[in-house]
Write a protein that binds this ligand. Structure first.
Ligand code: B12
Length: 249
């Protein structure tokens, strides 16, 4: 399906098995140079000597949530981590990479500083999700209801070029998510860049309205617990979601 040469196709298939078991159900291969040409400095991924080498963007749909909650129930110490989802992501994706051909480079969407990856641009050039005017990555099937988690690169051949051209999945943002985005941004006007995260927490329903206004992928909207956790990152709420899900098992 990926049109990848060997041994890259086998490596991707093995990675996919490990990631899907952990709830990371979207993987998209690309040539590392497609992304590196769009960014500069430390945002660039390791290319192991060739821009044609393989990179993979790893993401999830709402399929992550029940698997994540089950992991939290099996291992309640995870709930004590400062960011349980980030810890879970690092642990499970690192494990999925353990048997893959080395060398490889693995970077996280939640890393900052010199570890920062422009995940939305990566997803766009890979052909996974269109980066919309409302700063949301919109998958043709799942719409904006995806999370981007990790970027991998290998010293293995990537797919043949050129990079795919993604069409705008909804036709246009005007009249749809764009007005909702303007409203949310208006609420943030006074906030400094550092204060933006806080603004998202305070006005999370305005930000949620941007996603809800997107006409693509509505049937794949996250459940209420997953939504609240993504916007508020409240561990107490996560604990409750865990208890509620074990009661319904
Ligand atoms: C920093 C950041 C933010 C900041 C943006 C601050 C800024 N503009 O300076 C704040 C805190 C506001 C934010 C908010 C949200 N974010 Co955000 N954010 C990121 C993060 C960690 C880094 C972005 C970055 O600096 N990229 C590097 C630069 C060089 O690349 P770039 O292409 O120029 O990146 C720009 C865009 O990503 C954009 N951007 C991203 N989010 C937002 C939000 C606003 C309001 C604006 C104006 C711009 C913007 O700003 C970046 C810098 O200009 C990414 C993860 C990642 N590693 O990419 C997640 C990410 C982009 N965010 C994400 C999400 C989901 C959100 C929220 C919905 C809240 C949430 N966590 O659920 C909100 C609202 C977004 C919306 N449009 O509705 C998802 C997007 C998934 C998707 N399907 O689109 C990502 C990919 C994280 C993930 N794990 O999936 N975010």
């Amino acid at each position: 399906m990926s049109g990848l040469p060997e041994p890259s196709a086998s490596a991707l298939a093995e990675l996919r098995r490990g990631c899907e078991a952990a709830g990371f159900d979207l993987l998209q291969p690309l040539q590392v140079g497609w992304y590196n040409a769009a960014v500069s400095g430390s945002l660039r991924l390791e290319d192991f000597g060739s821009p044609q080498h393989l990179a993979v963007v790893i993401a999830n749909t709402r399929a992550l949530w029940p698997t994540f909650l089950a992991a939290l129930r099996a291992e309640p110490e995870l709930l004590a981590a400062p960011h349980p989802l980030y810890r879970y992501t690092e642990r499970t994706i690192s494990a999925a990479c353990a048997g893959l051909p080395q060398p490889l480079s693995l970077r996280w969407s939640h890393a900052g500083g010199t570890g920062l990856v422009a995940m939305q641009r990566l997803a766009h050039v890979a052909g996974l999700a269109y980066l919309s005017e409302s700063q949301l990555s919109v998958h043709p099937l799942y719409g904006p209801w995806i999370g981007l988690r990790a970027a991998l690169s290998f010293a293995l051949p990537g797919p043949s070029g050129p990079a795919p051209e993604l069409p705008q999945p909804c036709g246009s943002c005007a009249g749809q998510c764009r007005p909702a985005f303007e409203r949310a941004l208006g609420s943030a006007r006074a906030a400094s860049s550092a204060g933006l995260q806080q603004n998202v927490e305070q006005n999370w329903q305005l930000w949620l309205a941007c996603r809800d206004a997107c006409s693509t992928g509505r049937a794949h909207r996250y459940g209420d617990d997953q939504i609240r956790y993504h916007y508020l990152k409240d561990r107490q709420q996560l604990r409750q979601a865990c208890l509620a899900s074990s009661a319904s098992d």
